[in-house]
Design a protein around this ligand. Structure first.
Ligand code: 3HC
Ligand code: NAI
Length: 705
């Protein structure tokens, strides 16, 4: 074995040169990897004893792509680039095979496509996820992939960025063989056969048969554009991918590669790419808890109890059933239990109807679900999640009861949206086992999980819940105790501004348009129509009825989408909000009753008031230590509320605007609107004064432990 660089070594086994890369953790194609591969290929080419070449990676995966931290880093030598490596691979005079395991992604998968053959272990998952980083595959992916799988399938794979299984790759012609046993031996055996056959080398570049359909039917591109328009609104990279594939169809191979490179470089420079790449690392940072080391022991969660089979309890249960974890749901009445279980079954049936799961899956999942009317049924579960009404006294009663019944070591969690976990924990004899697990609605679909750490919550319980969250496919983020935690507390700040704008300045459609155009899926008023205006409405008990728009709407039967109208009208079967003249009239009257003279406001100022109020709340949250770092807030807003990732995240966005500019605007607004909430938070002022950003801010007490 010969070392070619710090990460690549060279070995010859039975006449086959094996280029072995070891660049933990995920074998990114760093500079020294590229250099090692180039040197190895030259060596193998010269070596008369070598008939074929294998690219093999040690550790958890074949190359997971380029090292994102190298992008734009002037200290990293440009040559050899990844395209140089692939050119050498494809042009090698001896057959080259890629031995795939783990997650061959991005530049890693493009490298494999530059080889003459590919074999993979059954568990490998491969693809081109560059779109998620705001860029396009820039090492031949947009030119080679359509030559193998056709234009439509290539566009789908690259604009979604989702990986495919080895089995699918095999049927799509992307891998030649699945290796069940030892991967390296399988790859060597395969390439030896190829070398013995003495046939022309199989280079993807040599065939363009699969492009013919798009050449004769170029409308395929516009049809595809339309099909992804709603999902990709605001993102630049999906369109750039389409244009690069158009180039692959139109241009000769090498010119298409040059065209791809040009588009790649343009994307890479865009603010969207920078924001999305920031978010990639933010997501990974947010998982880390400074005083809870990686090796903190965790508890096994093999059986789960859920209390309350309502909107949240049902969805929460499905997460566990989907992972084969048995669930016991306890309800207050048989009727509520039957209804809750019925909804879960209906949800599964509809997923099966869409072909996403089988009838057998439905049966299996439902067989793991048990209903009960007595907390005693929870005596042997490892975790209980309470999801009863949002009422502190009720929650305390429930926790007192389960404290009596649940076995020692059982994790006791509440799904409360706003209430104080410490207060709930205090009624039990084991506050160290109590935690908040704040799922978002619909709980079986939304990825975010706020893990609320109480004052007494043990590290073991916290680590257990973080691990469990990942196991059920959630993005788990630790937050501290305060009203509404991180997500809903910041949402509250935006809501109060939109309500104030409604009272003083603008109509729902104007305010919502600003939020929608910014990149959110919908605005505050459309969101309230979706949730139902009567949630939390006090009816006759409502104070100041004359100046309360919601009350006025509810009393007129306008309670949201479910009644055909709320702040907006909805046509039957449609969720598209339609402005309503009567609603506008009601709003005008409410302003009059409140003695407010309505004034014009620009869309830009509306946006600033709503977003900067959120930024201000984020600063308070950080200062209080409710979020461990700014990145956590960004992750919560992306996964819980649809913040557009091409804007990075709330605090990232604020940093781009500049905190000094934000403080200036907030000062102006707080005076103009006489609103103390718009008064810049002390931390925001301090960071602005010191010329710092949110990303610079680290709370020492969290990070010194
Ligand atoms: N560049 C730099 N660092 C990377 C990286 C990359 N491409 N991929 C992963 N890492 C780092 C992570 O930040 C993390 O670091 P940390 O331990 O310090 O937090 C570490 O590697 C492990 O990553 P994960 O925690 O994400 O590990 P998982 O096992 O959960 O996931 C993975 C592994 C599926 C490979 C996932 O990391 C991933 O999806 N990575 C990105 C893959 C990708 O996007 N590749 C394309 C890159 S762009 C490209 O190749 C351009 C080309 O077209 C020219
Ligand atoms: P829901 O009203 O749909 O369901 C609550 C269920 O609890 C009802 O089925 C009720 O019969 C049952 N219940 C009441 N008392 C009980 C008791 N003593 N024992 C057993 N079951 C009992 O309420 P939803 O929306 O599911 O909310 C539940 C909790 O989740 C609340 O704390 C809420 O704040 C929180 N939450 C709600 C979200 C939402 O969007 N609906 C989002 C995130 C959290």
């Amino acid at each position: 074995m010969k070392e070619l660089s710090q990460s690549v070594s060279y070995d010859v086994q039975d006449g086959v040169a094996v280029l072995i890369t070891n660049n933990p953790p995920v074998n990114t194609m760093s500079y020294h990897v590229r250099q090692g591969l180039v040197d190895g290929l030259e060596e193998a080419d010269k070596d008369g004893d070598v008939r074929a070449i294998v690219l093999y990676c040690e550790g958890r995966t074949f190359f997971a792509g380029m090292d994102i931290t190298e992008f734009g880093n002037p200290d990293v030598p440009e040559a050899p680039g990844i395209t140089d490596v692939i050119k050498k691979l494809e042009g090698a005079s001896k057959p080259v095979i890629a031995a795939l395991h783990g997650t061959p992604l991005g530049g890693g998968f493009e490298t494999a496509l530059g080889c003459h053959h590919r074999v993979a272990v059954p568990s490998a998952k491969m693809g081109l996820p560059e779109v998620k980083l705001g860029i396009i595959p820039g090492a031949g992916g947009t030119v080679r992939l359509p030559r193998v799988v056709g234009v439509q399938a290539a566009l789908e794979m690259m604009t979604s960025g989702n990986p495919i299984s080895a089995e699918r790759a095999l049927s799509a012609g992307l891998v030649d063989e699945i290796v069940d046993g030892d991967l390296l031996s399988g790859a060597i055996a395969f390439v030896q056969k190829v070398a013995s056959a003495d046939e022309p080398l199989a280079r993807i570049r040599d065939s363009d048969e699969k492009l013919q359909a798009a050449r004769t039917n170029p409308e395929i591109f516009d049809v595809f554009r339309k099909s992804i328009a709603r999902k990709t609104r605001g993102f630049k990279a999906p369109e750039a991918i389409i244009q690069s594939v158009e180039g692959a169809v139109r241009l000769p191979f090498d010119e298409a590669l040059t065209n791809e490179r040009r588009i790649f470089v343009e994307c890479q420079k865009s603010p969207e790419a920078k924001a999305q790449q920031y978010f990639f690392f933010a997501e990974r940072q947010a998982k880390k808890i400074p005083d809870v080391p990686k090796d903190t022991p965790t508890r096994g969660i093999e059986k789960v109890g859920v209390i309350g089979a309502g909107t949240m309890g049902g969805g929460i249960s499905m997460n566990f059933l989907n992972r084969g974890i048995p669930v016991t749901i306890v309800e207050a009445t048989q009727e509520a239990l039957d209804r809750g279980i019925g909804i879960i079954e209906k949800n599964y049936a509809s997923t099966a109807k869409k072909g996403r799961i089988t009838e057998d899956d439905v049966k299996e999942r439902m067989s793991l679900l048990t209903g009960a009317l007595d907390y005693q049924a929870l005596s042997d579960v490892d975790l209980v999640i309470e999801a009863v009404f949002e009422d502190m006294d009720l929650k305390k009663t429930v926790f007192r009861a389960i404290d009596e019944i649940c076995k020692p070591g059982c994790v006791l969690a509440s799904n409360t949206s706003y209430l104080n976990i410490n207060e709930i924990a205090a009624v039990t004899s084991r506050p160290q086992d109590v935690i908040g697990l704040h799922f978002f609605s619909p709980a079986n679909i939304m990825r975010l999980l706020e893990v609320v750490r109480g004052d007494e919550t043990s590290n073991e319980v916290l680590a257990t819940c973080m691990k469990l969250g990942a196991h059920i496919g959630k993005v788990a983020v630790v937050v501290g105790v305060c009203r509404g935690f991180v997500g809903n507390r910041i949402l509250g700040a935006r809501m109060r501004q939109s309500d104030d704008l409604l009272l003083k300045n603008a109509m729902p459609q104007e305010i919502d348009a600003v939020v929608f155009d910014f990149g959110f899926p919908m605005g505050s008023f459309a969101m309230r129509d979706l949730a139902g205006l009567d949630i939390g409405w006090l009816g006759d008990e409502t104070p100041d009825k004359d100046i309360n728009v919601r009350h006025q709407l509810c009393t007129r039967g306008r309670r949201g989408q479910k009644t055909g109208g709320g702040f907006y009208d909805y046509e039957s079967g449609s969720r598209t909000p339609i402005p309503n003249a009567e609603v506008e009239q009601i709003i005008q009257e409410v302003s009059k009753n409140a003695g407010v003279t309505r004034t014009e406001i620009s869309a830009a100022d509306m946006l600033k008031r709503m977003i900067y109020a959120m930024v201000n709340e984020a600063a308070k949250i950080l200062d209080e230590g409710i979020a461990l770092r700014a990145a956590a807030i960004d992750v919560i807003w992306v996964y819980g509320y649809g913040w557009p990732t091409y804007r990075g995240g709330l605090t990232y966005y604020a940093d781009q605007i500049g905190l000094t500019n934000i403080v200036e605007d907030l000062d102006r607004f707080s005076t103009e609107y006489d609103d103390p909430e718009l008064e810049p938070a002390p931390l925001l002022r301090q960071l602005a004064r010191e010329g710092k950003s949110f990303q610079d801010f680290v709370r020492q007490d969290h990070f010194e432990a």
